[in-house]
Design a protein around this ligand. Sequence first.
Ligand SMILES: NC(=O)c1ccc[n+]([C@@H]2O[C@H](COP(=O)([O-])OP(=O)(O)OC[C@H]3O[C@@H](n4cnc5c(N)ncnc54)[C@H](O)[C@@H]3O)[C@@H](O)[C@H]2O)c1
Length: 378
Amino acid sequence: MRNINYGVIGAGYFGSELGRVLSKVEGATIKSVYDPERKNALKLSAELNCAVDHSIDSLCDRADIDAVIVASPNGYHKEPVIKSAKNKKHIFCEKPIALSYKDCKEMIDSARENGVIFMAGHVMNFMNGVRKAKELINDGVIGDVLFCHAQRNGWEEPQQDVSWKKMRDISGGHLYHHIHELDFIQFIMGPAKQATMVGGNVAHQGESFGDEDDMLFITLEFEGNRFATLQYGSAFRWADHFVKIQGEKGAILIDMQDVKVVLKTSNHTETFLLHRTKEEDDDRTNIYLGSETDGAIMYGNPHKKPPLWLQGIIEMEMNYFHSILQGGEAEEEFKPLLDGTAAMASIATADALTRSIHEDRKVYVKEVLSDKDDIRSH
Ligand SMILES: NC(=O)c1ccc[n+]([C@@H]2O[C@H](COP(=O)([O-])OP(=O)(O)OC[C@H]3O[C@@H](n4cnc5c(N)ncnc54)[C@H](O)[C@@H]3O)[C@@H](O)[C@H]2O)c1
């Protein structure tokens, strides 16, 4: 198998772990890393024994790099993605791909025009239990899916240093930053037709907080009289993190807090692991039960390392990306991550929801798809 050389842009909490994991994959070498915080780049380069580049341009220009891992803050993905594509480097880009459909489309188009692979880092798709749920649905075990409901809620205490993850302009707020549930629901139900969102910042104003909305309530309508609702936010004292899938013949719960997957039909209940092992599931449950986190609002920073369960899915995701670069055939299940479908669908629906809350009305997702301008400027 051909060796693949990688560069990493953004050496924080996630970029460092993506680099660490890739460096252990057979046939993968990390050649260089770039981060505007030089100390973050130096730390990772020392750990992975690779070079440090001084700019996005210089990393993307390197002749010895085949692919770039983009793990800069959410609002800063576009420049490295487009520069990588123009330099014919394959790309893995962290979620959310962009903070507007317009930017997302430009990024995907650039990858297509330059004939490079562009994989969206929607890592929830690599959880074993999520794959199992999709398999059960495809096999007709719960019949047609009529409704999905997701909650990703917790409570945020005052922060000493307010992270970019709390600033709407860079993170997009809870909806874009936690795009996983929206992406997963559309994987199962197809693209939403109409979107409505209400909410606001009800309990987190002032210097110790960012400017994102801390309560978001979402309704999605799909073809064929099917619906989904989602809640996101950091103003919920009772934390919840789950997706429930309601079918005609049964239902599935993906519980990311008391970690497990449960299938229920009229005569049968069965429980599956969400992650690879009981140890990984218990590790995640214990994090939620402990004091280390505020429910679903768990944020990493460059000084932290991801927990065991997250390392597990990063391993599966990086191995998959690497196998595709080595010429592997894309599995049907993961094709939307590689052909732009999942990225564009999730950002289009997020943009329709953003417009809905701004304009106080129900929005057709097709309004966003036909837009020439950045929806966030409306
Ligand atoms: N898939 C997941 O579950 C998951 C989990 C955590 C983070 N992420 C995503 O990974 C990305 C990075 O998040 P993180 O948790 O590592 O954040 P972080 O704050 O820990 O690290 C971000 C790093 O990017 C650097 N940076 C800042 N501006 C940059 C720029 N213009 N170009 C390049 N680098 C820049 C910072 O100096 C920092 O080292 C985000 O898109 C985030 O949403 C995904």
